[in-house]
Ligand binder design. Structure first.
Ligand code: UDP
Length: 478
């Protein structure tokens, strides 16, 4: 496969959270498939999350296998348990997130040494490592930044002043029109985080992100032109950033082992899961998963279970909770035919692409959203925090392929969230999975976007060509 980038060397450095590692590993795979010498930089505990997904193509596909470069994460120095090197393993203390970011910033010297040793032609680093911008510039290496956001979300952040204080917005619960973007989209003030008021290490990182913004060589985006053309143009021409859309990145996982081994060891056997789905009719199952780290209170889980039970549809429910306190009495026995509960890690892209799945109840993390879109599915949207509320607006208002469960508040801590009742959940599920005219039209739009996603990454497609032009530009700069 491709030799156009064969003399290019690129270093990829993802932030240590699944939602950041997975797309950046996929990105490294895309470059490797074009003959680029790709190295993924991470820490020892995260290496096992990367290995399974690159093993087969490294052996059989790439001219230059993807290399792993490991640097230590200073867990002990920041008071985190030994081996705690990923956001998903942070202890539930008030300071652990800040501590984690302090540890990240302490990796600067190690990053500097790796860049000097490897002498890459370019580094692709996560937005949460803004200090890599300075290191790259000191060493004269172009830095491409990866936020992991949609172009819609990047445009909204730019319009609201990036991560600065949101001084101009109305008070909580009032709705406002997002200023200066191509569509008239309203949101509630309570759905938007005010990074300007965050404190501690997070505030420092946010400040550095603002300072680094615009100083990079450009932005790599996990999206495709046909999905959000107005926002590609807006981001490039109005916000004024160089951006290459090279997604959906997850589509680079062609093989069943790559799909199911992506990110973690799955908590169900691949065969068990596929056999269960094989027994269901086309489009009859709703897949429910809230990403790699989000959790809910027991009360909310109880409502989710009850809402799914009340719906007429089969479901796969992915649960990231110890214990069964949340289960309604007798629930598992009653739903044993129509429900599959996966406790832990699900082979998400394998499930989403099974013909039995007809809808996806998602927290609107961008990876999950785009994976659902790539599978041609309509979505039920349940944003919690980060840029998820913006993604919901894109899905529901711009793309018109989703129905919201109606969350009104940005909340990170599960116990602080208002509980969404079983009735509202059942209503949103039925509206997406149903067969009235509106549902059929939504389904048709989703199906068309799924096809457009696949065309975008095929040879000659928009994402394929964007990646080509980036490789050519980097080659010319050598
Ligand atoms: N994922 C998975 N199995 C799970 C949960 C999540 O494979 O049980 C993957 C999912 O396919 C996606 C990523 O983890 O690629 C989650 O990223 P997203 O941006 O959706 O959410 P985050 O976890 O960052 O909140």
């Amino acid at each position: 496969m491709g030799s156009e980038g064969s003399s290019l060397k690129i270093l990829f450095f993802p932030f240590m959270a699944q939602g950041h590692i997975l797309p950046m590993v996929d990105m490294a795979k895309l470059f490797a498939a074009r003959g680029v010498r790709a190295t993924i930089l991470t820490t020892p505990a995260n290496a096992r999350l990367v290995g399974p997904s690159i093993k087969r193509p490294n052996e059989f596909e790439y001219k230059y296998p993807i290399e792993l470069s490991l640097i230590p994460y200073p867990s002990a120095a920041v008071g985190l348990p030994e081996g705690c090197e990923n956001v998903s393993s942070l202890p539930p203390t008030e300071t652990s997130c800040d501590d984690f970011f302090v540890g990240c910033a302490m990796m600067r010297d190690a990053f500097d040494r790796v860049v000097r040793r490897l002498a890459p032609d370019c580094v692709v680093t996560d937005m949460f490592f803004p200090w890599t911008c300075d290191v790259a510039s000191e060493l004269g290496v172009p830095r491409l930044v990866f936020h992991g956001f949609s172009l819609f979300a990047l445009s909204v952040y730019a319009s609201l002043g990036c991560y600065k204080a949101l001084k101009t917005l109305p008070a909580d619960e009032e709705s406002f029109v997002i200023p200066g973007i191509p569509h008239r989209i309203t949101m509630l003030r309570s759905q938007v985080a005010d990074f300007g008021t965050s404190k501690g290490e997070m505030a420092k990182v946010v400040k550095q992100m603002n300072e680094a913004d615009g100083k990079d060589f450009g932005v790599l985006v996990n999206s495709f032109y046909e999905l959000e053309p107005d926002y590609v143009e807006h981001y490039r021409n109005v916000v004024g950033r160089r951006a290459w859309c090279i997604g959906p990145l997850s589509l680079c996982n062609s093989d069943i082992v790559e799909k199911s081994g992506r990110g973690n060891t799955t908590s169900v056997s691949q065969d068990g899961c596929l056999n269960w789905l094989d027994g269901k009719s086309a489009g009859s199952v709703v897949y429910v998963c809230f990403g790699s780290m989000s959790n809910f209170s027991n009360a909310q889980m109880h409502e989710i279970a009850s809402g799914l039970e009340a719906s007429n549809y089969s479901f796969i429910l992915v649960v990231r909770k110890d214990g069964d306190d949340w289960l309604p009495n007798g629930f598992e026995e009653r739903v044993k035919e129509k429900g599959l509960i996966i406790r832990g890690w699900a082979p998400q892209i394998l499930i989403l692409n099974h013909t039995a799945v007809g809808g996806f109840l998602t927290h609107c993390g961008w990876n999950s959203s785009l994976e659902g879109i790539s599978a041609g599915l309509p979505l039920i949207t349940w944003p919690l925090f980060a840029e998820q509320f913006y993604n919901e607006r894109l899905i529901v208002c711009v793309l018109k392929i989703g129905v919201s469960v109606g969350v009104t508040e940005y909340r990170v801590i599960p116990e602080e969230r208002l509980v969404v009742g079983a009735t509202e959940i059942e209503k949103a599920v039925s509206s997406v999975m149903g067969d009235d005219e509106e549902a059929e039209e939504r389904r048709e739009r989703a199906r068309e976007l799924g096809e457009a996603a696949k065309r975008a990454v095929d040879e000659g497609g928009s994402s394929y060509s964007d990646l080509d032009s980036l490789i050519q530009e980097l080659m010319a700069m050598k």
